[in-house]
Structures are given as structure tokens and as C-alpha cells.
Ligand binder design. Structure first.
Ligand SMILES: Cc1cc2nc3c(=O)[nH]c(=O)nc-3n(C[C@H](O)[C@H](O)[C@H](O)COP(=O)(O)OP(=O)(O)OC[C@H]3O[C@@H](n4cnc5c(N)ncnc54)[C@H](O)[C@@H]3O)c2cc1C
Length: 540
């Protein structure tokens, strides 16, 4: 891209526009195995800067010149959705404020670049919190979390962050700014009558849903979480109400740019009771999870680490789990947490007594630190490099909980047939399991292995009726597989949604759609690190 574009934008925007090779290199990576250098970086000061940038790229696209825009929070995305070849809109520098906190109404209005961990701390001081947050809350921004429809341990009870988004301000591909939220039937008719791009979007999406309602009904998978494609089935309800938020939360910057969000908060009570349970068979653990899912008295979270994870922790630091875990090491360790309770409900006890080999319960914060230390020991494994071998983020699937045993078996088989020894953990209650095989991205054999294991893994998950994208989105990594999750007809509908919002393809090109496994070959990094998550801000 010519520096004339940078000059033009700098003249018209309040925020900085930078195209130095250092900045371009820094923003060429996110948390994924991919690398694409952008042409320039814009640090928007306000919504107007974003509106103008989108309008500019739209006008160029009308004349046949494509410069894609990639919005970016902290860049922790593991799917390659926070990198792109055109303009990066970097939100953390300036658009990072809390705009309004209403503890009575239990809502908070924020700009997208605010650090999610800091926001949560502020909410805690007011006895509030947002229960759906990713494990990397301290690194993530709220904008990135919404765009990824993030979820984490509490999502077992509370679902993903989409459930907490009440309204959004949103810049469309042509630079028009809209407010999005739940609309009554009457409010929808008003939108349908607008002679603007917004009106066109509402009309087209409404017709698409009406004409394909039976097909869309079929898109509901039997998994608790699903971030594959666009959540078309959640937009229009039986009473005629209509809400674009489920499409946007999870769209990874491919439908427009979030400039402000209003989120609902919940009362925060630090008192909780925790259970650490040992299971000696996958069948019993699966049955326990099925029963926990069916129970009315839901845990907030149900998390897993497996024996190979514990073995690795012992190898890396023999003292880390000393006296905290029994030896010989349990096959599966499962952690349950019940917020605002001193002990687990009777139904949970019964399930544990039936299926667990043993379990410990604690409502004592001091003792719970020990449970948490065991649960979070997986971070040692995730962060550990062995020479040039790096733990790579390739998998994020979940399956219906009554297929968990087969999922575990399948992961074991992938490990064995590819001579890997990867630890397995995940948000068990959600049917989510993951592993990060250690491979050397600078080694041809390992690079080829990535293609093989991606194929094997995605076939496994889809074959079990699951989704390849559960806690975060499709990005570039899973884009080639979405068509197999849904089949060709539903996939075609999702491509139409993208075309309705983004007719010229200026929004985060290659993310979610238009990306093939063949493309990976040119964008695969030659080394992997997460160095970029440290802040990169413009000099004053
Ligand atoms: C070790 C590790 C574990 C992880 N585990 C989880 C997990 O369990 N659950 C989970 O949900 N995630 C997980 N993630 C992924 C990621 O950390 C989260 O999804 C996080 O919330 C993303 O926030 P971010 O600010 O880093 O977003 P970014 O990575 O910067 O962006 C994420 C996506 O949001 C888009 N985006 C950012 N800002 C905007 C905006 N203003 N408007 C429109 N689009 C925007 C980007 O274009 C991109 O597509 C994990 C990541 C790592 C490194």
C-alpha cells in the first residue's frame, strides 16, 4: 500500500497512523500459528476515526481497490483473526475507557479497547462482575472478547459473553454507525423501512431468515457452545423480536467494527465451594458430566486436567504439586466450583459418590488455593518450550457431552499415530477438550504434521457431532472446516450473511470465509511465541 494512503489517513484522522517496519512486524502476529504483515496501523482516537477509515476503504473498493480492515484488541486470538494484510485498527491505545457504570441497573458501558481484567477489577469493587470471560482475561480486551464471543470456565452456567451484551455501537463496512440491540416487532418494522445501508442489512437478513427458517433450525448442534460460522438461529424469535447481537458477537470483525458496548453485570460474591474429584475411567467421567448437565443445581464451572498434564507438571517442577495430588497420579482430575455456596448441592454429591474414585470438597479460601494451584498447573505445560518445540494452538473443539469418552479416545489416537505426547485439558462441562502439541514450525516435517493432525482432529470433532470452534472463533485456522460442520446449504447461507454486511470484502478478509488449507502454507509462521501480547502503543 502506498504511503499516500497513510498520509491521506493521517491528515483526516485524529489518531496516529503508522507504517514503520517495526510496527508492521509487531502487528503481523496474534496468538495463532499464522503471520501476515499489515500495510499500516491506525490507532483510532474516537468513533469518527473508525467511521472515516471504513468509509475510505469502502470508496476505494467501489473503484476496485481492496484494502481490508482488521480490528484488533490485545491480539491474543489463536485463530489468526487479529492479523490482516491491510489496515489494523488498534484499539488498546486510546479507546479504552469505562463510559458509564450503573450498579442499580447492573450495566456497564465501555469502549472496546479496555482491558477485560481491569474492567473486571473495577466491577468487583462495586460487587459486580461479568461471569463469561476467557482464561486470558488479564490480556484480553472486551472488544476482542465480544467479537470472539469468548467463554471460559463459568460458561458452563452462564454461557458465552454474547449473553451479557445488551447493546452495541457498530460501524458498518461503508462507515455508517448503527446501534444494535434487541428490537420488538414494531421496532424491527421501522428498521426495515430505512433507506440506508442499515435498512438494507435488516431487510436482507430478515428475508434470509424467513426464506430459510427450516434450514436454520437445523443448525443447532448438540453442543453447549458453538462459535462456528454465524449464529443465524439466534437472531429472530417466535414473538417477532429481532436482535443482530448474536451475529455480531462471534463475527471476529468480519461484519463491522464495535465502537462501544453495553454489558449486563451480575452480583459478585467471592464465597464459593470447590470440589476436586478423581476419576479412573473416561466412561464414568462422561456419565458424571452428563448428569451434571442435566442437574437443575448447576455448578458454575466443570474443568478437567488429565494424567499426562500432571505428569508433565511433575517433570517440569517436581515440587509444584507436591502433597497436592495423590501418587500414582489420577487418570482424570475434575474441578467443580459453586459460587455463593458453602457446599455442593446434594445432587452433585450423589453424582460424585456414584462415579468419582474419590473427591475433596472445600469452602475454605486458603485450601481452595491448593485446588486452584493444581487446576492452573496446566499453564506451566502451555508455557513450556522444549528447545525449538513450541506448544501450538491448533484445537478448540467441543462435542456433545455424551460423546466425551470417544473424544478423549480420538485425541489419544491422534497423539499416538503422530508420535506426540500432548497433555489434554479443557472446559469439560461444555464438552470442550484441547491440547497443544509441541512442534517446531521451522522444521518441514513438523509443518507437514500440522496439516495432518488438523485434518484428523477436525474430522474427529465433526464426526462426533461437535464444532471445531467452541470457545473462540473460526478465524483463518478453522475457516476451511466450517462447511463440514454445517453442510453446504447452511454454509452458503453464512456466506450470504457475510456478503450482506460486507459486499466488497473490506472487513477482515480471509477470516471465517475465503480461506483454504492451501493458504496456510504461505502464512504459517516459522517460529511461535506470544511476545506480541505485551502492549504496543504509539509514541506521544
Ligand atoms: C493461551 C490462550 C488460551 C485461550 N483460551 C481461550 C478460551 O478458553 N476462551 C476464549 O474465548 N478465548 C480464548 N483465547 C483467545 C483469546 O484470548 C480471547 O478470545 C480474547 O477474548 C480475545 O481478546 P483480544 O483482545 O486479544 O482480541 P484480539 O485477539 O485482538 O481479536 C479477536 C477478534 O476480535 C476482533 N476484534 C477485536 N476488537 C474488535 C472490535 N472493536 N470490533 C470488531 N472486532 C474486533 C478481531 O478482529 C479478531 O477477529 C485464548 C488465547 C490464548 C493465547
Amino acid at each position: 500500500m502506498s504511503s499516500r494512503v497513510a498520509h491521506y489517513l493521517q491528515e483526516h484522522l485524529l489518531g496516529e497512523v503508522i507504517d514503520s517496519s517495526d510496527a508492521r512486524r509487531y502487528f503481523s502476529c496474534d496468538g495463532s500459528v499464522f503471520q501476515i504483515a499489515p500495510s499500516l496501523i491506525v490507532y483510532p482516537r474516537n468513533e469518527n476515526d473508525i467511521r472515516k477509515t471504513a468509509r475510505f476503504t469502502w470508496q476505494l473498493a467501489e473503484r476496485g481497490r481492496l484494502i481490508p480492515i482488521t480490528p484488533r484488541g490485545a491480539g491474543t486470538d489463536e485463530t489468526g483473526a487479529a492479523i490482516g494484510s491491510g489496515i489494523i485498527l488498534a484499539f488498546t491505545a486510546h479507546m479504552n475507557r469505562i463510559l458509564e457504570l450503573n450498579t442499580k441497573a447492573k450495566t456497564v458501558n465501555v469502549e472496546p479497547g479496555i482491558n477485560y481484567g481491569k474492567l473486571q477489577q473495577v466491577l468487583h469493587t462495586h460487587g459486580q462482575y461479568i461471569p463469561a470471560y476467557p482464561p486470558g482475561i488479564d490480556y484480553s480486551t472486551i472488544g476482542g472478547a465480544i467479537a470472539n464471543n469468548s467463554s471460559g470456565e463459568n460458561s458452563f452456567k452462564f454461557g458465552s459473553i454474547r449473553n451479557f451484551v445488551k447493546s452495541l455501537r457498530f460501524v458498518l463496512a461503508n462507515g455508517e454507525v448503527i446501534s444494535v440491540g434487541n428490537l420488538s416487532k414494531r421496532e424491527l418494522s421501522k428498521k426495515l423501512g430505512l433507506a440506508t445501508f442499515e435498512g438494507e442489512i435488516y431487510r436482507s437478513i430478515d428475508i434470509l431468515i424467513e426464506e430459510n427458517s427450516e434450514l436454520i433450525d437445523r443448525m443447532k448442534l448438540h453442543t453447549t457452545l458453538n462459535n462456528s460460522g454465524y449464529a443465524l438461529s439466534e437472531v429472530k424469535h417466535k414473538d417477532g423480536s429481532f436482535n443482530l447481537i448474536p451475529l455480531i458477537a462471534g463475527s471476529q470483525g468480519t461484519l463491522g467494527i464495535i465502537t462501544e458496548a453495553q454489558l449486563a453485570t451480575e452480583d459478585y460474591d467471592p464465597v464459593s465451594c470447590m470440589v476436586m474429584a478423581e476419576f479412573d475411567s473416561a466412561e464414568k467421567m462422561q456419565q458424571a458430566v452428563v448428569d451434571f448437565n442435566a442437574s437443575k443445581e448447576m455448578a458454575d464451572s466443570i474443568e478437567l486436567i488429565d494424567q499426562s498434564s500432571l505428569e508433565e507438571v511433575f517433570k517440569l517442577n517436581p515440587n509444584h504439586l507436591k502433597d497436592l495430588v495423590s501418587v500414582p497420579l489420577p487418570r482424570f482430575l475434575v474441578f467443580l466450583r459453586y459460587a455463593n455456596q458453602k457446599k455442593p448441592p446434594k445432587s452433585a454429591r450423589k453424582i460424585l459418590e456414584t462415579y468419582a474414585k474419590s473427591f475433596d470438597v472445600s469452602d475454605d479460601p486458603e485450601e481452595q488455593i491448593k485446588f486452584i494451584k493444581v487446576k492452573e498447573a496446566i499453564n506451566l505445560v502451555i508455557a513450556h518450550n522444549e528447545g525449538l518445540l513450541r506448544p501450538l494452538p491448533l484445537f478448540d473443539g467441543s462435542v456433545p457431552v455424551d460423546r466425551l469418552r470417544e473424544y478423549l479416545e480420538g485425541l489419544d489416537n491422534i497423539n499416538k499415530s503422530n508420535h506426540l505426547h500432548a497433555a489434554i485439558w479443557g472446559h469439560l462441562g461444555l464438552g470442550h477438550l484441547t491440547m497443544k502439541p509441541r512442534l517446531n514450525l521451522g522444521h518441514v516435517g513438523d509443518r507437514q504434521k500440522i496439516f495432518r493432525i488438523l485434518e484428523e482432529y477436525n474430522q474427529l470433532v465433526i464426526g462426533l457431532g461437535g464444532t471445531v470452534s467452541s470457545t473462540s472463533g473460526d478465524g483463518r485456522l478453522k475457516a476451511p472446516y466450517t462447511q463440514y460442520v454445517y453442510g453446504p446449504e447452511l454454509y452458503a447461507l453464512m456466506v450470504k450473511v457475510k456478503q450482506i454486511f460486507d459486499p466488497y470484502g473490506t472487513l477482515n478478509q480471509g477470516v471465517k470465509f475465503n480461506s483454504s488449507v492451501e493458504d496456510f502454507k504461505t502464512i504459517l509462521r516459522s517460529d511461535f511465541s506470544l511476545n506480541h501480547i505485551y502492549d504496543h502503543l504509539p509514541r506521544a
